[in-house]
Design a protein around this ligand. Structure first.
Ligand code: BGC
Length: 797
């Protein structure tokens, strides 16, 4: 299509006096093919003879319009008559409306303008072009107001028959590019439950938090106005909109009773609940919730016998969908909705497992590349909305992390090819901010929203900024070396490998004692060491992490960074049981705690809501933020255990007594992998899996490895950890509520029973073996022997 764009002679036009519909009529005869190329500074909806062309929303999408602007191409042959009326309605959108952290207006253009070129080919092969130019007219739009943050106001009773002139708007057409965004279209439909109703007010619950719009039929009286307020949460039965900050969350429509389906056109909302005002009866309006997001096809599935874990999978998927409206946003509801790089750095691996993210992320990487700073900075969000949005590690390291995910997940060598030079520039930029190769001179967000900061509402956790930044700087050199090797740049590969080694040495020199003890003592710091492989003696770090968690009563303290890796690191270092305890825990803080409190998407903060359902008022609180949703990769790669390294499939399920049945499928380049297992009452596992034709596959069980065959595999085996999942080495906290276990302890040792019933977290975090060996408790050895036997006979199911 690039050649087509060179042929564009049409000009950008805008209507006079805020008239946002640009109109033209034309006659055509014997046309056999008609193509339309259309774009706008702002948003557009193209109509031919009264019918919307295509089914996309929010076109031409969100680019850095000062550098690039996508042009959509539509086949409009089927829309034509002999006499035609073409209408392009434009709106402010990201380009001209209030947007960005600074909430500025007119960031990229003073007023919305559109460009359209129609190319007609007739039966004799003659071609004719119709393009926007000074001969067009404009008329008032019935969309009185719209804004990405501020909803929409529509008045269908406005008389807009009168037409006016148009003005030509200057725009450098070399910036026009073919479409690279996957289409944003309406997806799932949600029916509502009526929560409550007062005289002229209805509260509806769509039972799912999502990004999108409300659709209804105009069965209003002529001139009757319906006001719809969108919110994620109810508080005291009222819709809660404080967390939208300055975004209004309101759609207002004055109807005429024409019976047409109404959908907002130039905005979207993040919501689960809606308040409807201005009507006495809502039944005839046929109100529905409609999700709106870019086309990202789901490519994996997960279902097990634990409903909360299934809900978690679904919540992550919905947070991904809700934050994939052309750019990967942090949240879909408040006055932010920005393409924060750090959120993507931490979530892109999971997103790429859940959905086919190739097209979507390639568009984002295009935005990132064209917006890279002149010194190599990768800024904190893209498009930057021309804001001075700063740069920091983890966030900027996206330029290495995301291409690596696309390469590892989908085999996309182009992701390395296209982004390699940007990666190099970024690493050089970070190098310029270091002292002794530690990143000391750059602003850092740190372990964003971790719970071990100054207090539980702090932005930053306790983990040292320089440490986190330097680990990610190191990780970026590892990825750059891999990219260089893949692309055949031997010298570069060596350069990055050497640089990486020096950074690693520097981190070790700064943060370790000569005998291998680590100077920082946070969950995230210890997790990052094991994830990145930076240590002197691995066992010392593993022990330190275990000890840290024990002192934290096995409760999460991690923020955006630590959360991404903690469960995987635990499972990879012989602590899979602890990983699962943390995952399955439904007390605060944790993924299942949110679900216990009613979450249908992933929350921004562990404490977005208190245990009694009160929303935290901290100025930054979204209920649809996917960073902590990175955990869904653990469900696929660890619980179901499906991992792929090059062409080798390793199936290593993390069997758990709380999950007696599981089915999971994962798409790979060589085909779909499916794992399905269930346990019968004798602890016998009935295991099935499908392995793609070209792949080599092994099943790794706790006590052996089994070579799998291509196609279907059916096996049966016993898994010991299911019949006797806990023993005298298990921390009491994990089992203290099991009725059988309580009886065993009560019968065996009054001292231990006292501890079990007490509230001493220090003791409860320890195992029976550790407690029994405490000399001051005077517990005899034979008590431990007796417990060892009895605990094996306990029924844990
Ligand atoms: C966003 C985050 C983002 C952060 C920067 C917040 O306002 O919602 O998700 O990464 O700022 O740390």
């Amino acid at each position: 299509m690039s050649e087509d764009l060179h042929k564009i002679t049409a000009q950008f036009i805008s209507g006079e006096n805020d008239s946002n519909i640009l109109v033209q009529s034309f006659v055509c005869k014997d046309v056999i093919k008609a193509m339309a190329f259309v774009t706008a500074l702002g948003l557009y909806e193209l109509k031919l003879n009264g019918k919307k062309v295509g089914n996309e929303y929010l076109t031409p999408y969100f680019d850095d319009y000062s550098k690039a602007l996508q042009v959509q191409k539509y086949d409009i042959t089927g829309y034509l008559k002999n006499e035609n009326l073409v209408e392009i309605e434009v709106a402010d959108g990201w380009c001209c409306g209030r947007f960005g952290l600074d909430k500025k207006q007119n960031i990229y253009a003073d007023k919305p303008a559109a460009l359209l070129q129609i190319e007609l080919t007739d039966i004799n092969g003659n071609t004719r072009t119709i393009g926007t130019d000074a001969s067009w007219n404009s008329k008032k739009s019935k969309t009185v107001f719209s804004g990405i943050y501020d909803g929409e106001i529509v008045d269908t009773t406005i008389d807009n028959d009168k037409t006016g002139k148009v003005t030509i708007i200057a725009y450098d057409k070399t910036r026009l590019i073919p479409p690279i965004s996957p289409p944003v279209t309406l997806k799932e439909t949600f029916e509502y439950d009526l929560v409550c109703q007062t005289e002229n007010e209805f509260i509806l619950d769509f039972k799912q938090n999502f990004a999108g719009i409300i659709e209804f039929t105009d069965h209003l009286n002529y001139g009757q106005t319906i006001k719809i307020t969108h919110g994620e949460i109810l508080q005291n039965g009222e819709i809660y909109t404080e967390n939208l900050r300055t975004a209004t969350g309101v759609y207002q429509y004055t109807g005429c009773g024409n019976g047409e389906t109404v959908t907002p056109k130039f905005t979207y909302f993040g919501f689960r609940y809606a308040k409807i005002e201005g009507v006495e009866n809502i039944d005839k309006l046929q109100i529905k919730g409609r999700a709106l997001y870019s086309t990202i096809e789901q490519i994996s599935s997960f279902h097990c016998s634990n409903d909360n874990i299934n809900r978690l999978f679904s919540n992550v998927l919905f947070s991904l969908k809700s934050n994939s409206i052309d750019i990967p946003t942090d949240c879909p509801q408040r006055d932010e909705r920005l393409g924060w790089t750090g959120d993507v750095s931490m979530f892109c691996k999971t997103a790429s497992l859940l959905c086919d993210m190739r097209e979507f992320y390639n568009k984002y990487l295009f935005d990132v590349r064209i917006g890279q700073g002149s010194h190599g900075e990768i800024f904190n969000y893209y498009p930057t909305a021309k804001e001075n949005c700063g740069t920091s590690n983890v966030w900027g390291d996206l330029i290495c992390i995301l291409p690596d995910v696309l390469f590892s997940q989908y085999g996309e060598i182009d992701a390395f090819k296209e982004n390699y030079s940007a990666m190099k520039k970024w690493i050089n930029f970070v190098t310029s901010k270091t002292e002794n190769l530690l990143v000391k001179n750059l602003f850092q967000f740190g372990d964003w929203l971790a719970l071990d900061g100054v207090d539980e509402n702090s932005f930053k956790g306790a983990t040292d900024d320089v440490f986190i930044a330097s680990v990610f700087y190191y990780n970026s050199t590892v990825i750059a070396a891999k990219a260089a090797e893949t692309l055949g740049f031997e010298k570069d590969k060596q350069y990055f490998a050497d640089l990486g080694k020096k950074i690693k040495d520097s981190i070790i020199h700064e943060y370790f004692t000569p005998t291998g003890r680590f100077a920082l003592d946070t969950q995230t710091a210890l997790v990052l060491l094991l994830w990145s492989g930076i240590y002197i003696h691995k066992e010392i770090v593993v022990k330190a992490l275990k000890y840290r968690l024990e002192r934290d009563s096995y409760k999460l303290e991690t923020g955006f960074v630590g959360t991404r890796y903690i469960l995987e690191v635990l499972a990879d270092n012989g602590m899979g049981n602890i990983a699962n305890e943390i995952l399955f825990n439904d007390e605060y803080p944790g993924w299942l705690n949110e679900i216990k409190l009613g979450a249908t998407t992933v929350w921004e903060r562990w404490n977005s809501m208190s245990q009694d359902g009160i929303v935290a008022k901290n100025g930054m609180n979204s209920f649809n933020h996917y960073a902590y949703g990175s955990v869904a990769s653990y469900l696929i790669e660890y619980l179901a255990g499906i991992k792929v390294a090059k062409n080798v499939v390793i199936i290593k399920p993390q069997f758990d007594i709380r999950m007696k049945q599981l089915t999971c499928s994962r798409w790979t380049n060589s085909g779909n992998i499916m794992v399905d297992f269930s346990f019968d009452n004798n602890g016998e596992c009935h295991f099935n899996c499908d392995i793609p034709v070209d792949a080599e596959a092994i099943l790794v069980l706790p006590d052996r490895k089994i070579q799998l065959t291509n196609g279907k595999n059916t096996l049966q085996f016993k898994v010991q950890c299911l019949t006797t999942p806990y023993d005298i080495n298990t921390p009491l906290l994990f089992i203290k509520n099991n009725a059988n276990f309580i009886t065993v302890i009560k019968e065996t040792s009054p001292v231990l029973f006292g501890i079990l019933r007490g509230n001493n977290m220090e003791l409860l975090s320890k195992s029976l073996i550790e407690i029994c060996k405490m000399p001051f408790l005077n517990i005899e050895d034979k008590t431990l022997d007796e417990l060892n036997k009895k605990i094996k006979e306990c029924d844990w199911s």
